[in-house]
Design a protein around this ligand. Sequence first.
Ligand SMILES: [Zn+2]
Length: 262
Amino acid sequence: MKKRFISLLAAAVMLSACGNTAPAETTASVSDTTTTTVAETEITYARIEYEIDPSKPMVALTFDDGPNTTTTVQVLDKLELYNVPASFFLIGNNINDSSAEVVKRAYEMGCEIDNHSKSHPYMNQMSAEEIVEEVMYVSDKVEEITGEPTKFFRPPYIATNADMYANIDMPFICGVGCNDWDSKVTVQERIDNTLNQVKDGTIILLHDAQGNSKTVEALDTIIPTLLDEGYQFVTVAELFEAKGIEINPDDTGLYTIVQGVQ
Ligand SMILES: [Zn+2]
């Protein structure tokens, strides 16, 4: 329904631009969105609605190596289907006019947009200037799209050093992974390795790299299983907040499981 609505809206906008408003109004009337009119060119996306109970267990789904207009879209469709948020750690070089629209959709759905460097290098082998350039490129691009700079950083290859901590003003995020960047890892292995590692406060590290369809498929088991087990899905920032951890630019940790302050 959503895709159909968007294409109809685009058609309606095109028609009204030609000065032919009568068919546009007719076309728009089939939509079930009452607040949108044919005069608006802005596409609106469904927002994921949820409430967080800090006393109950929670996990943060995170995806690296996007954005793109294929796999990232399929991941967003799954999040929308199950009404759960996620956090996307973007590679700056993957942001272009088309993929920026996907980032905008993720943000408007309530997902968090985070930083995975511009070019995915081993940043522990870079100068301070190069390190700053890698992260600021992404943060600036994201701010252009969403109006907000990035809040968290995931080091490429989880390679870190003191220069990176000194020059990157965001907490560093790792997470429990299932090697889902490797196409030889089966859907079932992705499911089992993820679910076996999850406990309260876990950051789940997956990849929405172009073509990673096995992870998209794995989400159909991972998300419902964790929901059945009573886990809430939250963004990384919400996980920090719920666990009482301040988002500190000078933080020198590397977070995989975020536990409450004792
Ligand atoms: Zn990566």
